[in-house]
Design a protein around this ligand. Structure first.
Ligand SMILES: O=c1ccn([C@@H]2O[C@H](COP(=O)(O)OP(=O)(O)O[C@H]3O[C@H](CO)[C@@H](O)[C@H](O)[C@H]3O)[C@@H](O)[C@H]2O)c(=O)[nH]1
Ligand SMILES: [Mn+2]
Length: 616
């Protein structure tokens, strides 16, 4: 349902339907997805004219039905379309509960027969189905207006061939679409990211078609916004500062990063074309570049393009399309495009362009950030990095901008050091920082105060609240000590040739009680990931050190001790306060989202051992 809401939202853009084609890549290779899409193509015949007639926003049906009622929409029409939607939803959900397609439908559409030869999602032939073909005169909505083309693609997958994750899927789509509609501009969205603004296509085109500067622009990136964030945003999912401060900043140095979704690309640039001054694209001439072959011929010719062997001996994944071998295919591809001389644009209109789904558990968030920081770190180490290929090709400011993300992973070292060494030495009674009365205390005080004030001001100016800033500080620490740490070590192993990096998909569905806890801003631990053991060990280590250290100082009744230990007490104290929800999860919670007992035991043993080792 989520995916077809995305599809319907982009099919209903305010844009001439005969110039709009929608391609769905199903890397799961599931007949249920195909079935859902088939249903969506039928429902679209009602939905598209409805949304245009009443000019509704947003155009994802589920998002629209959950908004406040719109006085301009005829109630009778609304309830009938809502009924159609709910019936469709019911059919799709029944089919997915049963795990199979109703027999009558299966017989009616010959497309389903493709699945007779599918043995598993990772081992099947290419399945390409044109669900709505605009060359077909009967492909019209209930008012007789042509519908946008709709294509389903499950590229071939064989265990013997690397499929290259999302980048591989995108490249297959680029090739297949070049044979069917060959649009000049490609918008790419994740399956969970629906359009929230029906003008986005026209808006983006304004940049590309600008008479003075349009020809320099390779892609127009919208911010990645989420509509499932909670008020206090305990997992820092809003990425507030990145979207509101950093990306606009990068825009001034040649343009933002490509972040994989909500992005309009020039097809040609994405396929590897270099920028040149003389090159001016003629939009008018190229309007009718659709392919004229009949659908059956097309099918055979086009299908091959999504086969495993179609990339053999080509530049796909290297100089053409999205690059392979990096967990953040988007960022590395965008950087390569900018290094070829192109600019990008960051566009953040008042009416949000797209809404996606942010991870709703701590584990998902940390895994996502592991992928990001690992990918970004690999970029800087590769020959395509901002400090290698980027030198002289992009502006210094942009190089620095890329570096601030690419160096996330090695940043774990400093954070791990500060969350282990100062507390342990506090416990032992060894002072590591200057005492308050010393002039050397000033630089430390300066750094602490300015860093905190700056980050708070930046956060508030970006539209965040104090509470969510505080929560973000916790996530800052958690990401550095786990996601970035694993990303760093995995990359080192990879360099030594021990492992390979993959794209771990962010979960899109959750148990009801998980979602409920998320909505109440209650931390979700609930699994025994090694990341949680690290977090719990560090939290306990700081707690024991703080208690032990303060105890020693109080007993000694010496003000000098307090003076010389002040910074260590402050640091350890902040870590402990930030970790309050974690202690709660370790010792007091009874629900399924608490820390598993195994983590409690492991982390207690580890932290106590560290404390004993330093003491004795
Ligand atoms: O083998 C794969 C893996 C992923 N995907 C698709 O890639 C998209 C993004 O995957 P998701 O699991 O939602 O990852 P996120 O962490 O949310 O992705 C963010 O980070 C990625 C780079 O790491 C970018 O590509 C995404 O656009 C960006 O939203 C989804 O539509 C997936 O269906 C594939 O098609 N094939
Ligand atoms: Mn996602």
């Amino acid at each position: 349902m989520m995916a077809i809401n995305t599809v319907l939202s982009v099919m209903a853009y305010n844009y001439p339907t005969e110039k709009l084609s929608v391609y769905v890549s199903d890397d799961g290779g599931s007949d249920l997805t195909f079935y859902a899409l088939l249903e969506a193509s039928q429902f679209g015949k009602h939905w598209i004219p409805f949304s245009k007639k009443f000019n509704i926003e947003p155009r994802s049906p589920s998002a629209y039905f959950s908004t406040k009622s719109d006085p301009l929409v005829d109630n009778k029409v609304l309830s009938s379309i809502k009924k159609l939607y709910e019936e469709m939803e019911h059919r799709i959900e029944t089919a997915s509960k049963l795990g199979r397609i109703p027999e009558d439908i299966r017989i009616k559409y010959k497309g389903f027969s493709e699945w007779d030869s599918v043995s598993s999602p990772r081992d099947h032939q290419t399945i390409l189905q044109v669900l709505i073909d605009r060359r077909n005169p009967s492909a019209v909505d209930i008012d007789g207006v042509p519908l946008p083309t709709l294509v389903y693609l499950a590229r071939e997958k064989r265990p013997s061939h690397p499929h290259n994750f999302k980048a591989g899927a995108m490249n297959a789509l680029i090739r297949v679409s070049s044979k069917i509609s060959n649009g000049t501009i490609i918008l790419n969205v994740d399956c969970d990211m629906s359009s929230n603004n029906s003008e986005s296509v026209r808006d983006a085109l304004c940049f590309f078609m600008d008479e003075k500067q349009g020809h320099e622009i390779a892609f127009v990136q919208y911010p990645q916004c989420f509509n499932n964030l909670t008020q206090n945003d305990i997992y820092g999912g809003a990425l507030t500062v990145i979207q509101e401060m950093e990306f606009p900043g990068l825009d001034g140095f040649g343009g933002p990063l490509y972040i994989g979704t909500g992005c309009f690309h020039r097809r040609e640039t994405l396929c590897g074309r270099k920028y040149s001054e003389e090159y001016k694209f003629e939009f008018v001439k190229s309007i009718d570049n659709r392919v004229q072959e009949s659908i059956t011929e097309l099918d055979v010719q086009t299908k091959i393009l999504a086969d495993c062997t179609s990339e053999k001996g080509t530049e796909w994944g290297k100089e053409m399309g999205l690059k392979y071998g990096c967990p953040v295919e988007d960022v590395i591809t965008g950087l390569a495009i900018q290094c070829r001389g192109w600019k990008s644009v960051y566009f953040n209109p008042t009416r949000t362009g797209f809404f996606g789904i942010a991870p709703i558990t701590l584990a998902q968030t940390l895994v996502q950030h592991k992928r990001w920081s690992e990918g970004d770190f690999q970029i800087i180490l590769s020959k395509y990095g901002p400090l290698s290929q980027g030198v002289g090709r992009i502006k210094l400011g942009l190089q620095m901008g890329y570096c601030s993300y690419c160096l996330w992973a090695p940043n774990c070292l400093a954070t791990l050091y500060y969350s282990v060494i100062p507390p342990l030495f506090l416990l032992k009674g060894v002072s590591l920082f200057p005492r308050i009365s010393s002039p050397w205390f000033l630089p430390f005080a300066y750094v602490v105060i300015t860093e905190i004030t700056y980050s708070l001001i930046e956060f508030l100016l970006s539209g965040g609240t104090f509470q969510s800033w505080w929560n973000e500080q916790r996530m800052w620490m958690y990401k550095r000590t786990t996601s970035y740490f694993f990303a760093f070590t995995d990359t080192c192993f990879k360099l030594l040739g021990y492992s390979d990096s993959a794209f771990e998909i962010t979960a899109k569905v959750a148990d009801q009680d998980v979602s409920q806890r998320y909505e109440k801003d209650i931390f979700e631990f609930g699994n025994s990931s090694p990341m949680f053991t690290i977090l719990a060990t560090l939290a306990l280590l700081n707690l024991f050190s703080l208690v032990g250290g303060l105890n020693r100082i109080i007993k000694s009744r010496d003000i000098n001790d307090l003076q010389s230990m002040f910074l260590q007490i402050l640091l350890t104290g902040i870590v402990v306060i930030l970790n309050l929800p974690l202690y709660w999860g370790l010792f007091f919670r009874k629900d399924n989202g608490r820390m598993p007992t195994s983590v409690t035991v492991k982390s207690s043993v580890l932290s106590l051992t560290a404390c004993f080792l330093i003491l004795y």
